[in-house]
Design a protein around this ligand. Structure first.
Ligand SMILES: [Fe+2]
Ligand SMILES: [Fe+2]
Length: 275
């Protein structure tokens, strides 16, 4: 899959094994490339939507969601954090899913309330809390990297880890599968996304950075769901190793990234002035 014109688009839903589906979309990062933006659905006795996509996709997101589950059947919405690429369609989905409860961190709930959302169907979780959904135990976890302190991923007893914004990568173009991305392109993309989304990583001692990603390696999840990477089967261990290598490059590459963004901004300004 390629996207010649860098415009945002919603891709068709993709099955991930028998229980999970992804609702993938792509967004351009001006001057740098394309970023995946995935939500997920777990089927089963108590269907769960994991994040609600970006509001700019509106009808397309609702339609793609409807291709894998009747929104009226949703029982749970896992809201990882209150960023607009994860909460964009929440209000519409709550209307379409009257039975659904929203699982969210404490600060996430406060942010929803501050933005005028109805939080009466929210249930607050903290890192380490466990919840049984459709007979399956999930533990709320704080992923190694995040851009909002309320961020909650999960690790479930089938070995699935939702890593939220961790392991995101800005790529030269959209890709249907992570297997289409070679290792060096992935690492470059991880560095770029890390510098944009969690620049604080650059200030961590290398041992602390290694410890954060090492925790995922030790957990050795069977499958990693991540909001900002093409879908694929790369194991948690391999992803953690790639992210750790990318993270070690971060302090130096921050300078290069800032120069690239500044060059793009200057070029855009020059084009605007000519027009
Ligand atoms: Fe985020
Ligand atoms: Fe995000």
């Amino acid at each position: 899959m390629t996207n010649v014109t860098p415009t945002p688009f919603m891709a068709p839903a993709q099955l991930l094994g028998s229980m999970w589906s992804a609702l993938p979309s792509w967004m351009p990062i001006p001057g740098l490339g394309m970023l995946a933006n995935n939500a997920f659905v777990h089927a089963g006795r108590e269907p769960m939507l994991v994040d609600t996509g970006a509001g700019l996709f509106g009808d397309a997101f609702i339609q793609t969601l409807g291709s894998v589950v009747d929104p009226a059947d949703l029982r749970w919405i896992w809201l990882s954090h209150a960023d607009p690429d994860h909460t964009g369609n929440l209000a519409r989905i709550l209307e379409l899913a009257p039975q659904a409860r929203v699982l969210v961190g404490l600060l996430g709930q406060a942010k929803l309330q501050l933005s005028g959302m109805d939080v009466s169907r929210c249930q607050v979780l903290m890192p380490g809390d466990e919840i049984i959904i459709g007979g399956r135990r999930l533990r709320a976890v704080r992923p190694p990297c995040y851009d909002a302190p309320e961020t909650l991923g999960f690790h479930d007893e089938t070995g699935v880890l939702y890593a939220v914004d961790t392991f995101g990568a800005v790529l030269p173009e959209a890709a249907a599968s992570l297997e289409d991305i070679d290792e060096s392109t992935l690492r470059d993309g991880l560095v770029t996304w890390g510098a944009i989304d969690a620049p604080w990583q650059a200030d961590l001692e290398p041992t602390l950075r290694a410890r954060r990603f090492g925790a995922v390696e030790r957990l050795a999840p069977e499958r990693v769901l991540t909001a900002h990477l093409p879908l694929g089967l790369r194991s948690g261990r391999r992803l953690a190793q790639a992210a750790m290598a990318a993270s070690q490059r971060l302090p130096g590459d921050m300078v290069a990234l800032e120069a690239a963004v500044a060059a793009h901004a200057a070029q855009s300004l020059a084009e605007t002035e000519v027009a």
